[in-house]
Design a protein around this ligand. Structure first.
Ligand SMILES: CC(=O)N[C@H]1[C@@H](OP(=O)(O)OP(=O)(O)OC[C@H]2O[C@@H](n3ccc(=O)[nH]c3=O)[C@H](O)[C@@H]2O)O[C@H](CO)[C@@H](O)[C@@H]1O[C@H](C)C(=O)N[C@@H](C)C(=O)N[C@H](CCC(=O)O)C(=O)O
Ligand SMILES: Nc1ncnc2c1ncn2[C@@H]1O[C@H](COP(=O)(O)OP(=O)(O)OP(=O)(O)O)[C@@H](O)[C@H]1O
Ligand SMILES: N[C@H](CCC[C@H](N)C(=O)O)C(=O)O
Ligand SMILES: [Mg+2]
Length: 471
């Protein structure tokens, strides 16, 4: 494709692709020079041109000599728009999910519901790129924009017509979750996280609202879970944009939740849709999983799915990896659950999910990630302490920080907790103390396959470790 066909300039230079890192520039690539948290990409413009870059996308003030300078005050946005034109076409039915918690679960459940309805579907998010046949990790929840768009285009070539992706606040803020035609955008919930990156809760919320204000198509649909304190505000954003609304939840107009009862293997729901009541035996435990299933169903309806098929699909969904996953039952008879809860709200949701199933004590093992929001640590400790019978504070990806200092911050909210730094030992201790009727919750890592200590990623899987400890 020629540069003049992509950008608003006269040029017949051949564009061969897009690069974000100057070390990956191949001849003919357009290089995006962005100011980031660690580097200023503008420092690498000269080197990118020496490597054969055909044009540079950068702020108007950046210095570019010898090749076209595609200037914009928001260079990441312009880069996303140009790359989107280059990689097109994309699957027909693309939807995006934002929210503090529940994005991964909702995109995965949406993918499952579409598949059960006979569509070739995929999801992109924390678990990687998931199709019916395969799962490939990308390393980030929202991959970089080049990986994102090229994967979307690749899926279209494979014949995948329906894709659900997670739009994290980082991804939205950095314009790495857009460019494709987004038919529907969903909101799961909003609570504290990532205040290391966003300067306030309002800024964090605003980053998420870009999905409804700008990213979803003009005639798109907003799917809103109504049970959150911020749901009405999200509906306000959708209305101002003129989006169609699909609301699900306790006050949902599209799918109204009339009642919910925990059952040993899941939950019995009564739902109201188009004036009629329907019973659903959902095979997943925990109110939060129901929220995500209903939001996923909203997305399916928003992209043309029919109610009867969607309802039948909901009764058959499979668990999402690392979300209330039952790893093992100990010799004493105590089930051990692994859950990706890593915010105060998520810990509350995970414990609330397990409580109805606890006859004895709930033993919670948790830590908090290094190089992430420090303020959430005591809050996570406090929620765990308030709602559990026993808390063990351990390590969860200390990254560049001193693990003992992170534990101390969590313990500040949970003063009576037991401290066991080594995560394997902590899980072992929880399982050893659990008696029949107790439940162990191992929170924070879910599906993760490693413990990040300094620059090293040591193999670690909560589910496997729990099984070994219980063996
Ligand atoms: C803080 C943050 O989000 N950083 C992301 C961001 O990096 P950045 O733009 O700040 O990069 P930088 O390293 O400062 O470099 C600036 C620019 O110079 C370029 N560069 C840099 C060095 C060099 O030698 N040559 C060069 O060209 C870089 O490619 C970049 O374009 O853009 C990069 C590419 O798109 C991401 O890989 C990187 O994610 C880092 C690794 C990260 O850890 N991100 C996490 C916090 C994150 O985004 N998490 C959310 C999940 C949140 C959730 O689900 O709860 C996610 O969406 O994954
Ligand atoms: N709808 C929800 N409401 C409250 N808590 C939830 C909800 N969905 C999930 N959680 C909690 O959050 C954890 C992470 O869920 P999930 O991976 O689906 O969220 P996410 O938004 O993708 O997270 P991340 O931002 O890390 O990618 C779950 O293990 C659970 O503890
Ligand atoms: N997407 C989240 C994952 C956190 C998971 C937890 N195990 C941690 O390391 O804090 C983040 O990067 O903040
Ligand atoms: Mg996720």
């Amino acid at each position: 494709m020629q540069l003049g066909e992509l950008a608003d300039i006269i040029s017949d230079s051949e564009v061969t692709g897009f690069a974000l890192d100057h070390r990956k520039v191949a001849p003919g690539n357009i290089f995006g020079a962005f100011r980031g948290s660690r580097f200023n990409g503008e420092d690498f413009i000269g080197e990118a041109i020496r490597r054969g870059a055909s044009a540079i996308v950068a702020r108007p003030d950046a210095r570019v000599d010898g090749v076209p300078h595609l200037a914009d005050d928001e260079p990441r946005r312009l880069f996303a728009q140009l790359a989107a034109r280059f990689f097109a076409p994309y699957p027909d039915a693309i939807v995006a999910v934002t929210g503090t918690n529940g994005k991964t679960s909702t995109v995965e459940l949406t993918r499952q519901l579409w598949r059960m309805a006979g569509y070739r579907s995929a999801s992109i998010g924390t678990l990687g790129v998931t199709t019916a046949d395969d799962q490939v990790k990308t390393g980030l929840t929202t991959p970089d924009i080049v990986t994102f768009l090229s994967n979307m285009a690749g899926m279209d070539r494979m014949g995948i017509s329906h894709v659900a992706y997670e739009a994290s606040s980082h991804g939205l803020d950095q314009y790495r979750a857009e460019g494709v035609p987004v038919k529907a955008a969903a909101f799961t919930n909003f609570s504290r996280d990532h205040l290391d990156y966003h300067s306030s809760m309002e800024e964090y919320f605003a980053a998420k609202m870009r999905l409804f204000d700008e990213v979803v198509e003009d005639d798109g649909v907003a799917v809103v879970w109504t049970g959150d304190a911020r749901s009405e505000e999200v509906i306000g954003h959708a209305r101002r944009r003129g989006l169609k609304l699909v609301t699900v939840g306790p006050d949902g107009e599209t799918i109204e939740l009339k009642s919910r009862t925990s059952t040993p293997l899941g939950q019995a729901l009564v739902l109201r849709h188009e004036g009629k009541e329907h019973k659903l035996a959902l095979p997943l435990i925990g109110a939060y999983q129901m929220n995500n299933v209903l939001t996923a169903a909203g997305l399916v309806l928003a992209t043309g799915g029919d109610w009867a098929t969607t309802l039948a699909g909901m009764a058959r969904v499979s668990p999402v990896r690392g979300r209330l996953e039952r790893a093992v039952i100990s010799h004493a008879g105590a089930p051990v659950y692994v859950d990706y809860a890593h915010t105060p709200d998520a810990i509350e949701a995970a414990i609330a999910a397990l409580r109805p199933h606890v006859e004895g004590r709930l033993i919670t093992v948790l830590g908090a990630g290094g190089d992430r929001d420090e303020g959430k640590r005591p809050e996570m400790g406090a929620v765990a302490a308030r709602l559990s019978d026993i808390v063990i504070v351990t390590d969860d990806n200390p990254r560049s920080e001193d693990p003992a200092a992170i534990r101390k911050a969590v313990l500040a909210g949970a003063p009576t907790a037991i401290e066991v730094g080594d995560r394997r030992a902590a899980i072992g201790e929880a399982i050893a103390m659990a008696k029949a009727g107790d439940i162990v919750l191992v929170a924070g890592k879910g599906h993760e396959q490693g413990q990040i200590i300094g620059d090293q990623v040591l193999p670690f899987d909560d589910v496997n470790v729990a099984r070994e400890c219980a063996a």
